[in-house]
Design a binder for this molecule. Structure first.
Ligand code: TXA
Ligand code: MG
Length: 326
């Protein structure tokens, strides 16, 4: 599908799948409420889950937000276009409550994919775009993932190749004038944000309703069990009656009898491969997925957070568990 066809569809109020550097989005013109409704319906997403508005990085934000704190401006200058979403106080008289789920805050991000930037600039209007997957499932990092998920519909898909980063953007609550709070971890980690705007992060229970923080999300169709203890993981693989697919940092040699994937040691490389490999594992003959959690360090938080929502963390195991639970 070329730019002109996608532009025409968006102008007419049809949704279209668009590439971003993180994951594919299911986009609609943010100024067309009917189109936004179609996105919720296609995804089977409850209307209570607000959408990120995507813009070009140079656009003036004053039509949509009432304030941009100084630290937020610095972060935008440093990371836009890129995988950082900022939640800002919204001009509720100008932005549809369908986008914000009726809240007084709006999530904004300037994506870094060249085709989508070109699309935004040609359209001259923002695009709302949740990840292009059925609600709660694994996000798509290729056009064919989107195709598989929405097979039965005539959704337009703008193929921009495989997403360069592979996990969704970092989301911060930037509604507070003094400092931000991380709501969803991503490729831009806590240390990187802190290095750009020192002493601005606060940790507290958020007052925003950010349903991406639901305990379950990003789920494969087969059960996924996560381990931080390799011994427990080895025991699990040996004892379970279900054929496992093993995603591990350990040399494959340790789990030679199972199909699997050896995770790369770099967070960026694993993020790039994470959803791709989970989908492969899900599509394999295996009956469950077993994954070693990366270390509890800031650089791995984006990946850890997704795995812990996608699966169940078995922090310790004993043999009785097998007769009772697996
Ligand atoms: O990388 C990404 O962020 C991708 C690409 C397509 O841009 N988009 C994405 O959208 O991950 P989605 O809808 O799958 O996740 C956005 C998260 C949701 O958990 C939503 O609840 C939260 O952002 N969110 C959006 N607007 C919000 C708001 N005003 N207040 C609080 N949370 C908000
Ligand atoms: Mg999503």
């Amino acid at each position: 599908m070329d730019l002109h066809a996608v532009l025409a569809a968006l102008r007419q109020g049809s949704p279209a799948a668009i590439p971003t550097e993180t994951v594919y989005g299911l986009a609609a013109n943010a100024e067309n409420e009917e189109a936004i409704r179609r996105v919720y319906t296609l995804k089977n997403r409850p209307l209570t889950h607000p959408l990120i508005m995507h813009i070009a990085p140079e656009w003036d934000l004053s039509p949509w937000v009432t304030a941009v704190p100084g630290y937020a401006r610095k972060l935008m200058n440093a990371f836009w276009p890129g995988p950082l979403t900022l939640i800002l106080p919204c001009r509720t008289d100008k932005v549809s409550p369908l986008i914000t789920a009726g809240q007084s805050s709006l999530a904004l991000r300037a994506p870094a994919h060249p085709l989508t930037l070109q699309l935004l600039r040609s359209l001259g209007a923002p695009l709302v775009a949740p990840s292009a997957n059925p609600f709660g499932k694994i996000s798509p990092t290729t056009a064919s993932h989107v195709q598989e998920a929405f097979n039965a519909t005539d959704l337009l898909i703008f193929d921009g190749g495989r997403c360069r980063l592979g996990i969704e953007s970092t989301i911060i609550n930037a509604t507070h004038p003094e400092g931000y709070q991380i709501l969803r971890h991503g490729s831009i980690d806590a240390d990187t944000l802190r290095a750009t705007v020192p002493d601005c992060e606060y940790h507290a229970q958020t007052t925003l309703s950010a349903p991406g923080m639901l305990p379950q999300h990003y789920q494969p169709s087969k059960p996924l069990y996560c381990f931080s203890d390799l011994q427990a993981m080895t025991l699990f693989c040996k004892e379970t009656t279900r054929q496992p697919f093993v995603l591990s940092f350990e040399k494959k040699a340790r789990f030679p009898e199972y199909p699997g994937y050896q995770c790369p040691a770099s967070p960026a490389e694993l993020a790039f491969n994470l959803y791709y490999q989970l989908r492969k594992a899900d599509a394999s003959d295996a009956q469950c997925l077993v994954m070693e959690l990366p270390a509890d360090l800031p650089v791995w938080q984006g990946i850890r957070e997704r795995l812990l929502k996608a699966g169940q963390w078995l922090s310790s195991l004993n043999l009785q568990d097998f007769t009772q639970r697996f």
